[in-house]
Structure formats: C-alpha cells, structure tokens
Design a protein around this ligand. Sequence first.
Ligand SMILES: CCCCCCCCCC(=O)SCCNC(=O)CCNC(=O)[C@H](O)C(C)(C)COP(=O)(O)OP(=O)(O)OC[C@H]1O[C@@H](n2cnc3c(N)ncnc32)[C@H](O)[C@@H]1OP(=O)(O)O
Length: 213
Amino acid sequence: MGEFVHEEIPSTELDRLEATYRPLADAVRDLLDATIRTTVPEEQVRAAQAEIEALVARLRAEQLPGPAGVRFNSEARAWNWGNAVVGLRNAVAPPLRIVHESAGHAWAEVELGAPYEGPPGLVHGGVSAMLLDHLMGETASAAFTRVTFTGTLTMTYRRGTPLGPLRLEARIDREEGRKVWVVASIGDADGVTVEAEGVFIVPAWAAGEAARG
Ligand SMILES: CCCCCCCCCC(=O)SCCNC(=O)CCNC(=O)[C@H](O)C(C)(C)COP(=O)(O)OP(=O)(O)OC[C@H]1O[C@@H](n2cnc3c(N)ncnc32)[C@H](O)[C@@H]1OP(=O)(O)O
C-alpha cells in the first residue's frame, strides 16, 4: 500500500492549485460525456482523437511517477486529488462533495450522467457501491479523526437508481472496539433506491496494535 504523505504545502497555495485543476478536470468530465454521446461524422471523431492525443502528450510532459496518493499538511488539510469518488483532479470521480453534518453523520448530493450508466437510464450497481463505500468510510472515520478501511460491505438494491440528481446519506450505527458499523442509502425524489450496511475497521497498524498473525 502507498502511504499517507506529509507534504508541507500551505493551505492558501492548495486553494490556488485546486482553482487551477478543478476546471481542467471538469472539462475532462465533459469530454467523457461527449465521447459517449457524440454523433458527429467519423472524420470529426478521428480529428478530435488526434487533438486529444496531443493534449495528453502536453500534460504528460511533467507528471507524478505514480498515483496522486493521500497527502496532508500541518494545518490539518488533507487532499486526495486522484480519489475515485471525491478526487478533485479525477474526471472519473463525479466528484462527490461530502458534508460532514457531525462526527458520524454525512451526506452528499450529486448528479450522475451518462458515464455512470449500467442498465439503460440507471446507475450501475457497482458505481452505487463505490460512492456509498467512500461516503461510509469517511463517516466511519468520524470526519477524519481516525483511519478506517472497509471490511465488509452489504448492498441491497431496492429499485433501479435513475441517472440524474441523487442524495446519499450515511450514519454510524454502532461501534465495538476497532469495528464501526455504518448504514447508508441512496435516494432520488421518490425515496430510497439503495441501502447499504458496512463494517469499517480501524486497522491494527493505525490503532497502534500489532496485527494478529
Ligand atoms: C481518513 C481517511 C478517510 C478516507 C475514507 C476512504 C473510504 C474508502 C473506503 C475504502 O474503500 S477502503 C479500501 C477497501 N478496503 C480494504 O482494502 C481493506 C483491506 N483489508 C484490510 O486492510 C484489513 O483486513 C482490515 C483493516 C479490514 C482488518 O485488518 P486488521 O489486521 O486490523 O483486523 P484484525 O484481524 O485485527 O481484526 C479486527 C476485528 O475486525 C474484524 N474483521 C477483520 N476483517 C474483517 C472484515 N473484512 N470484515 C468484517 N470484520 C472484519 C475481526 O474479526 C476483528 O473483530 P473482533 O475484534 O471482534 O475479533
């Protein structure tokens, strides 16, 4: 596993960098959607592909050796720009903007479009699980006061989740030692579509205990 890296970038500088990268990722998100939905003639597709390949080469002129990782500074600011769910620089991430209502209760509102489709017009079940997994993990981590990893995640798909505006909600149900049970849901305007229950675990290494053999 990679590490949580301490990197001393001042928060004001992070704000500036985020203002630089957010519109870039938003433009690439739009590109994902356009790639799925375009009906322009074939020669236009080939011309667009060549321009995209040139842009990729320009961006790759200087880049990190691997994934973005999770970083934090001494001002208690953490950033995970590549994260699959909340990553500001990850065009695959919606990205989810999570509100920590209190330690142990979080929610997010998101609009999912064509890149998240599974059954026609509906959110892919794996995408629902991915979004809830992350929201539940952050919730179990009690607004970043501890590290938890998903141990077991159980999904119940009550009805199809339509693409479009959705609300996700998660709460800590109970705790026992290093185990944290979290319940969560996704809903549309007509009510709940997906429910989830998960056991999130503060790993032995993060709790300062020796892992059991
Ligand atoms: C602050 C940052 C916030 C960011 C939030 C991000 C959210 C993202 C959520 C994720 O997607 S995390 C990635 C997916 N999950 C993983 O990759 C986890 C991989 N597995 C592990 O790292 C370890 O197996 C794990 C941390 C889950 C447990 O390792 P430990 O060595 O700490 O467990 P240990 O064997 O000591 O067991 C501790 C307790 O947990 C129980 N347990 C262990 N593994 C379990 C499991 N998989 N499911 C349910 N319970 C489990 C175990 O029975 C025991 O219960 P008891 O205390 O009652 O005896």
